[in-house]
Design a protein around this ligand. Structure first.
Ligand code: C5P
Length: 413
């Protein structure tokens, strides 16, 4: 197991019964080389003493934003800057809610708001509190802001119930830090990854447009996973309601033509191109200069095809490793295989979209299930969050690039 040598971890401990596991967590983090500074909430102090954490961490423990002496030694902004990584374990439902709301009403929440470091959270609460839509909405909200969740685990709870909500064991938390967010698996280090995401809008008149249901969530998740894998990431994005992931260079566009231009502006030194955008296939030939009036029963719009951005990239003499998406409502894998050949791609990600028993799948949701297909292989990625699929996809891309010996694969020239 790779370790966390010299990694500066700010451990936030909040007021749950699992706070006592924080002691073992600090010990294990130190065993793998991390430096740990502990910040406790007032709730945490009801379960464990600051002295215990001070003894195991070998550092002063902070629990008060207004402690003048402690602030003089290392101010809270300095502490926020010191951290390479923030880990909140255990994180109560209340703390998760405050983090989601962006509150800064105690030292730990203030530090989380003031830090540039990745924030990881290991929740711990009663199973009904975890399943509550309010908590789940907070978790999803935080995930879109790059907060990574470890657990919770399932099993016996301190309240006597059994279910999902226990804090993950300290050993699992340390393993997650080592494997994941600490960026140890830098499979795309030094690579430039160009990604398109979201829908496009094709203008009909100044107030109307043709578009689609794409939320951009898959492309944004892939951008995050690529940054975590060490890549420089350019994200050409259609209009979406998502925050720009940390470390990503985002270029906003509206129409397919603008997306085409932005992609070709950035593709020069790209090693990988991942086209997740749901680009409108057609656009009005002549958008009206003024709002179209209700003059008759019907209006005829003449549409023309938009440029195929992905195909235009693979047609370049020095095309990057090109990955397409095939979102279909039926015969998904068949269409995907055809698209792989027709667009001369290195890899295609097939997923079904549309209504499933009255529920939307693929578009707009936080979860997805896909099949990744390349010329002589495939891998099924079962239903999971888009972020965890994104990490798997990036790993497969890095593996295929390594297997084919360069950023370019051996697809036909
Ligand atoms: O041909 P189809 O739209 O099904 O292909 C889907 C794939 O091609 C996706 O990866 C999508 O991002 C990309 N595409 C594109 N430009 C278009 C249409 C699709 O880059 N105009």
């Amino acid at each position: 197991m790779a370790d966390l040598e010299n990694r500066k971890i700010l451990l936030g401990v909040t007021g749950g019964i699992a706070a006592y596991k924080g002691i073992e967590l600090v010990r294990r983090l130190r065993e793998v080389g991390a430096r740990v500074r502990v910040v406790m909430t007032s709730g945490a102090r009801r379960f464990v003493t600051a002295q215990s954490f001070q003894a195991v961490s070998g550092e002063a423990v902070r629990d008060d934003l207004w402690d003048a002496e402690a602030e003089a030694a290392m101010g809270h902004i300095e502490l926020a800057r010191w951290a390479d990584q923030v880990l909140v374990a255990p994180a109560t439902a209340d703390f998760i809610a405050r983090l989601a709301a962006g509150m800064a009403n105690d030292l730990l929440s203030t530090l989380c708001l003031a830090t540039d470091a990745p924030v990881w959270v290991a929740p711990s609460m009663n199973r009904v509190m975890w399943a509550n839509p309010a908590t789940q909405a907070n978790v999803r909200q935080l995930e879109t802001r790059d907060v990574t969740f470890i657990g919770p685990a399932s099993g016996d709870q301190a309240c006597g119930e059994v279910g999902l909500g226990r804090m993950s064991e300290p050993a699992e938390i340390v393993a997650a830090l080592v494997d994941g967010g600490s960026g140890v698996v830098q499979s795309l280090a030094g690579r430039h990854v160009l990604i398109t995401a979201g829908p496009t809008r094709e203008r009909i008149d100044p107030v109307r447009y043709i578009s689609n249901h794409s939320s951009g969530k898959m492309g944004y998740a892939i951008a995050r996973a690529a940054v975590a894998a060490g890549a420089r990431v350019t994200l050409v994005s259609g209009p979406v309601a998502l925050a720009t992931p940390r470390g990503v260079d985002r270029v906003n566009v509206e129409s397919a033509a603008q997306m085409h231009r932005a992609v070709h502006d950035a593709v020069g030194d790209a090693d990988v191109f991942i086209a997740t955008a749901a680009v409108a296939d057609h656009r009005p030939v002549a958008p009206a200069a003024h709002k179209i009036k209700k003059t008759g029963d019907s209006v005829t719009l003449t549409l023309e095809q938009t440029p195929d951005i992905l195909a235009s990239v693979t047609a370049l003499p020095a095309s990057p490793f090109a990955v397409g998406f095939a979102a279909e409502t039926r015969d998904v894998e068949l269409y995907a295989e055809q698209k792989l050949k027709k667009k001369n791609l290195d890899m295609i990600v097939a997923n079904r979209v549309g209504e499933d028993d009255g529920q939307m799948v693929g578009f707009g949701t936080d979860e997805n299930a896909v099949t990744v297909i390349w010329s002589d292989g495939r891998q099924v990625l079962p239903r999971a969050t888009k972020l965890s699929l994104a990490h798997e996809l990036i790993a497969i891309i890095a593996e295929r690039m390594a297997a084919t010996g360069s950023a370019r694969s051996n697809r036909s020239a």
